[in-house]
Design a protein around this ligand. Sequence first.
Ligand code: LMR
Length: 328
Amino acid sequence: VTVAATAMALSLSATAGFAQCDDGEMVIKFSHVTNTDRHPKGLAASLLQERVNEEMNGKACMEVYPNSTLYNDDQVLEAMLQGDVQMAAPSLSKFEAFTKQFRIFDLPFMFKSIEAVDAFQNSETGQAMKESMARRGLMGLEFWHNGMKQFSANKPLVEPGDAAGLKFRVQPSDVLVAQMKALDASPQPMAFSEVYGALQTGVVDGQENTWSNIYGQKFFEVQDGSTETNHGVLDYLVVTSVDWLDSLDAETRDQLLTILSEVSNERNAAVGQVDMEARQAILDAGGEIRELTAEQRQAWVDAMKPVWAEFEADVGADNIAAAQEINA
Ligand code: LMR
C-alpha cells in the first residue's frame, strides 16, 4: 500500500466514523444512502456493524458508509458485482435492471400497511424473491422495512388533480414513473442524494417518500408540506454478490447471516416506532402534514390504481391476489 493510499484510507475511515480494521480481518464494506439517526436503515446498518465488529472480532470487520459517501444506489450494485463493496440495502425500487419481480412493491395502494408487507415478504413467494437475481450475480439476504410513502410538493396536495402538471422526483422505477403519469404529473428519476437540492432550486416541485426520509433529508424544509397518503411502500433488500457469499467459509458465513437475521428481526419490529418519531420530528420542526379524509384518499386510489393493469404481467396476477388477501 502506498503512503498516499494509506492516508486516504485513514481520512475516509475518520469521516465515516468506524474503527480501523485489524490486520487479517476480512473487511465487509456496507454502503447505503440514508442518514443513520432516527432512520430504519441507518439504525439497522449501525447495529449490524456493532454486532459484527464485536462478535466476529479478529475474523471480520464491517465498515458502514452512510449518506451516499461511498456509492449512490445507481452505482452500488455494479460496484458489488466488481467486488468493490460487499453489502448494501437499496430500496426495492432500485433493482429494475436485475429483476421485475419487485415491481409489486412499487404498485400504488398494493399493501395497506408495513405489517401487510411483512406478511407478504415472509410468505413462500416473498422469500423466493430474495433469490430472484442469483443468475445475475446478486443474492438477497433479508428484507428491511422503512415504511409507507407520502407525497410532498411546493403547493398543497389534497385532491389528485393538485399534482397535475408538477414535476416529481421518483426513484428509478418504471412503476413509479407510470404512477406519476397517472396523476398527469411529470416523473423525474433522480438519485436520492440529489433530491434536496432539486427541490430547493425548483428543478422538481415534489417527491414521494417515507417520514424518516422526509425528515432525515430535510425535504420538509423546502416543500409547502406533506400529505399523508400512505400510497405506497418503501422497503429494502440487503444484498451481497453471489461470488462474495460463496467465497466465505461456512462458519463465517453462518455467523454473519445469523447476526444479520437477528438484527433484521429486531429492527423490523421497531420500524413503526421510528416512522412515527420521524413524523413527529417533522411537526416539531415546523413542517406541515396534511391528513386526508377517507373520501379524499379514495380519490387518490381511484386515480392511481389503474397502474396495476400495466404491470400485471411482470408481477403476476396470482401475486397481486396474494397481496390483496393479506390486506383483507
Ligand atoms: C430513495 O431513493 O428515495 C430511497 O430509496 C432512499 C432510501 O434508501 O431510503
